[in-house]
Design a protein around this ligand. Structure first.
Ligand code: GUN
Length: 286
């Protein structure tokens, strides 16, 4: 049986450590670190994510400032809000939930966020820092994936890692982080030829394609480590919402370790957002 990597427990530990840092920051400064969360429109999945993020902020003592804007918000108005948050001394982190409505240029909006407050690590300055290994704030899901890997792999030097998915917020940054650890990284995606053959050689598989149960048992080498970033919402047999990962979990029990969905990467994303917010607040203190 593969070890089940318990993202909930690892995330809880990060949250406890973050709460300690929040307390110390608040004692030094007389106010808590602050995170501004901007949600434009009413995408149901985004609503759920944002609600979770705000709830966890409260739990660790971070002040959250919620900005809910209608779907028809003009880009200029959103940029004006970001400019205000960029200089607000009570705001140490800024998160603009994506996707944004189609009429808004996502690149322009993410690029307008002060890199020192960019707790998602999505702005071009932080993307550049990550790809050159020069610090900066690292995107939350990729950071969480690395922390999960660290619980089961001591040294990634020379290991074959396959990333399935090439998104800007998951696949590409994870590839950069794995490269920094000296892994040999192959970035693939849903159009890649011979994906099963490529995966079968991997010591590490990061499944982030958003394709339910894509990774089958025969794609996985004995003893590989698998991180499942996929979360597709489906209807279960009882009619209730059910989350399905990118990995056929029941078929990969010959792996060394695998993350479940739910309870794997999901909780880590939020824990890393909280940790990034404190990191940003501490850096702005100096
Ligand atoms: N949409 C899906 N995941 C994320 C995330 O980690 N951050 C933001 N801002 N939007 C998202």
């Amino acid at each position: 049986m593969a070890d089940r990597i318990d993202g909930r427990a690892i995330a809880a530990k990060i949250e406890d450590e973050t709460a300690e840092k929040v307390k110390a920051f608040s004692e030094r400064n007389g106010h808590a670190p602050g995170l501004a969360v901007v949600l434009v429109g009413n995408d149901p999945a985004s609503e759920v994510y944002v609600a979770h993020k705000i709830k966890k902020c409260v739990k660790v003592g971070i002040r959250s400032y919620e900005h809910r804007l209608p779907a028809e918000t003009e880009q200029d108005d959103l940029l004006t809000l970001i400019a205000r948050l960029n200089i607000d001394p009570n705001v140490h982190g800024i998160l603009v939930q994506v996707p944004l409505p189609d009429h808004i240029d996502e690149g322009a909006v993410l690029g307008a966020i002060n890199p020192a407050k960019d707790v998602d690590g999505f702005c071009p300055v932080n993307v550049g820092r990550l790809s050159t290994g020069t610090g900066g704030l690292v995107p939350c899901t990729p950071l969480g994936v690395m922390k999960l890997l660290d619980t089961v792999i001591d040294d990634m030097t020379g290991l074959d890692a396959v990333v399935i998915g090439k998104s800007n917020i998951v696949g590409k940054p994870i590839a950069m982080l794995l490269l920094e650890r000296e892994a040999t990284v192959t970035v693939t995606h849903i159009e890649t030829k011979n994906l099963p053959d490529i995966c079968r050689k991997a010591d590490i598989i990061i499944a982030a394609a958003g394709a339910p149960r894509l990774v089958k048992g025969y794609w996985v080498k004995e003893g590989a480590v698998i991180i499942d970033v996929g979360i597709t919402r489906t209807k279960g047999e009882n009619g209730k919402d059910k989350l399905v990962g990118d990995v056929a979990f029941d078929e990969v029990q010959h792996a060394k370790a695998v993350t479940p969905v739910p309870g794997g990467v999901g909780p880590m994303t939020i824990a890393c957002l909280l940790a990034n917010t404190v990191q940003a607040a501490e850096a702005l203190e100096k």
